[in-house]
Design a protein around this ligand. Structure first.
Ligand code: DOR
Ligand code: ZN
Length: 480
C-alpha cells in the first residue's frame, strides 16, 4: 500500500495544536513530526502520496457513537451506504450504529444477518449495537459474543417503540452487562411518565375533560393538530428524564455496569450526572448538536423538522450543557443522526411527527462554526468528538487520536471556509436538517480512512472501504 504523507498542515489533537506532518503506512500512523524551521521532516522511501495540507487543520477522524442508519427495514429513510457516505463527507471516520431497526437487533442471528448484509457497503469504519428489550435478557451473552460494540436500552418510547424490562429485571440486566464488560447506552426518559402525559395532552387537544385521564388515549389527528410545541413538551416532562437518569446512575453504581447516558437534553440531568460521577459511579454522558445549538423558540419557528426525542428545551438548558462539557460532566458530543424523510415530518402535528433529524454530515462544520465564535477550542472539539468517544467505547488507542500506531483516520478542514448548507449537497436520503440555508464557517476538505483518501476536495472518491469494528480487541486488531 502506498504511504500517505499529509504535509504542511496544522495538527490538532485533544491536547495540542502544532504545525506538523503525518505519515501513514499500511493504514496506521507511522510518524507525527512537528515542523521546525527548515529541515524536511520525512525522507520517505518508495511510493508516497503527498496530501497537501497547507492552510488546513489536520484532526483525527471523528468518532460518532450515536447514528441510526436504518438498515434493515427502514431503508427509505437511510441505508448504510448513504449514511456512511454522509459520515465520510462530514469527516466522521467511525460510526457506532443503533439497533432500533426492523427487526431490532435483539438476537445474535439478527446481528449476524445485519453484519453480513452491511459487509463491503460502508465508507467509514463502524460498530453495531445490540438492543436490550423487555424479553431478550437471555440473549445478551450471545449478542456480546456476536460482536455487539455496545448495548442500547430505550427507557422511553421512540422510533421502533422498543420496550425496556421493568426496574426489577433491569437490576439483573445491569449486572449481566457489567459481567460482559460492554458499554450500556441508555435513552433516559421514563415511559410511564411520557405515556401518562401523552394521553393527557391528547385528550385535552381532542376537547376532552383534562381531569379524566384515559389509560390508552392516543392523539387523534384532529386534536393533535392543535397541539403547539409547548404542549408537545408537556408530553415529555423534565421529570421523565430526571427520574430515568437518576435511577440509571444508581443502577450503574450498584452493578458496576459502564453506563453511557445518550442525548442529555436538560440542565437537571447534568447535575445528576455530576453527583453520580462524584460518587464514583461508572457513568459517562453525551449531548448532541441540536441541544447545544437550538432552543424551543427555534423549534416553534422551524416546525416538526426540529422534533427530536428527548426534545429541545430552553436557553438555560443549552448553556448548562455547554458548561457540563467544559467541566467534564458531559464527556462527548454525538449526533443522534436519526433520519426521517421531510415528507414524514413537514406539516405533521408535533404529537405524531417522527422524532429525529440528520446530523452526521454537519457535526464537524457546525462545531467549527461555534469554534470560530469562541464557544469551544479546537482541542475541545477533538476531545469531545473523537478522543473521548473512542476511549469510552473501547476503540482507543486505535481510534480517536493522531499518534504513532493509531489508525490513519484523519480529517483535513479549512477553518475559514464559508459555505451554505443545501439539501442537494447532503448525502443522506433525508434532507430534514434544521441547518438548511444556514451559512457555516469551516469546511471538510479531505477525509482519510486508514491511510486511504475517501473524500477529496469535499467529494467522495473511494469505494466502500469501511470495516466493522469488534469490541474484542481494543488494542487494535478488532476488525473482520
Ligand atoms: O429523536 C429521536 N430519534 N430520538 C431517539 O431516541 C430515536 C431516534 C430515531 O431512531 O428516530
Ligand atoms: Zn438515537
Amino acid at each position: 500500500m502506498t504511504d500517505l504523507w499529509v504535509r504542511g498542515g496544522t495538527v490538532v489533537t485533544a491536547r495540542r495544536t502544532f504545525p506538523g506532518d503525518v505519515l501513514v503506512r499500511d493504514g496506521r500512523i507511522a510518524a507525527v513530526v512537528e515542523r521546525t524551521s527548515g529541515g524536511a521532516p520525512f525522507s520517505p522511501s518508495g511510493d508516497v502520496r503527498v496530501l497537501d495540507a497547507s492552510g488546513l487543520y489536520v484532526l483525527p477522524g471523528l468518532v460518532d457513537v450515536h447514528v441510526h442508519f436504518r438498515e434493515p427495514g427502514l431503508t427509505h429513510k437511510e441505508d448504510f451506504s448513504t449514511g456512511t457516505a454522509a459520515a465520510a463527507c462530514g469527516g466522521v471516520t467511525t460510526v457506532l450504529e443503533m439497533p432500533n431497526t426492523d427487526p431490532p437487533v435483539s438476537r445474535p442471528a439478527i446481528l449476524d444477518a445485519k453484519a453480513a448484509r452491511l459487509a463491503g457497503r460502508a465508507y467509514v469504519d463502524y460498530g453495531l449495537y445490540a438492543v436490550i428489550d423487555e424479553s431478550n435478557y437471555a440473549e445478551l451473552p450471545g449478542l456480546a459474543a456476536a460482536g455487539a460494540i455496545a448495548f442500547k436500552l430505550f427507557l422511553g418510547p421512540t422510533t421502533g417503540d422498543i420496550r425496556a424490562p421493568g426496574w426489577g429485571r433491569l437490576m439483573e440486566v445491569f449486572e449481566t452487562v457489567a459481567r460482559l464488560g460492554l458499554p450500556l447506552v441508555v435513552h433516559a426518559e421514563d415511559r410511564d411518565v411520557i405515556e401518562y402525559w401523552q394521553a393527557r395532552v391528547a385528550q385535552e387537544a381532542a376537547g376532552g375533560d383534562a381531569q379524566d385521564v384515559p389509560g390508552q388515549a392516543s392523539a387523534g389527528p384532529a386534536g393533535a393538530a392543535g397541539v403547539d410545541y409547548r404542549r408537545f413538551l408537556a408530553t415529555r416532562p423534565r421529570f421523565g428524564e430526571v427520574a430515568a437518569t437518576q435511577t440509571v446512575c444508581l443502577l450503574a453504581g450498584f452493578s458496576g455496569a459502564r453506563v453511557h447516558i445518550a442525548h442529555v437534553s436538560i440542565a437537571q440531568s447534568v447535575d445528576i450526572i455530576r453527583e453520580a460521577k462524584d460518587r464514583g459511579a461508572p457513568v459517562t454522558a453525551e449531548t448532541c448538536p441540536p441541544y447545544l445549538l437550538m432552543t424551543a423558540e427555534d423549534c416553534e419557528r422551524l416546525g416538526p423538522v426540529a422534533k427530536i426525542l428527548p426534545p429541545i428545551r430552553d436557553a438555560a438548558d443549552r448553556d448548562r450543557l455547554w458548561q457540563g462539557l467544559a467541566e467534564n460532566t458531559l464527556d462527548i458530543i454525538a449526533t443522534d443522526h436519526a433520519p426521517h424523510l421531510s415528507e414524514e415530518k413537514e406539516g405533521k402535528p408535533w404529537l405524531t411527527a417522527p422524532g429525529g433529524m440528520i446530523g452526521v454530515e454537519t457535526l464537524l462544520p457546525a462545531l467549527l462554526t461555534e469554534a470560530s465564535r469562541g464557544r469551544l477550542s479546537l482541542n475541545q472539539l477533538v476531545r469531545w468528538t473523537s478522543t473521548r468517544p473512542a476511549e469510552i467505547f473501547g476503540l482507543a488507542p486505535r481510534k480517536g487520536d493522531i499518534r504513532p500506531g493509531a489508525d490513519g483516520d484523519l480529517v483535513l478542514v479549512d477553518p475559514g471556509a464559508r459555505w451554505t448548507v443545501r439539501a442537494e449537497d447532503l448525502h443522506s436520503k433525508s434532507k430534514a436538517s434544521p441547518l438548511l440555508g444556514t451559512e457555516l464557517v469551516g469546511r471538510v476538505v479531505h477525509t482519510v480512512l486508514r491511510g486511504q483518501v475517501v473524500v477529496e476536495d469535499g467529494r467522495l472518491v473511494s469505494g466502500p472501504l469501511g470495516e466493522r469494528l469488534l469490541p474484542s480487541d481494543p488494542g487494535g486488531q478488532g476488525k473482520e
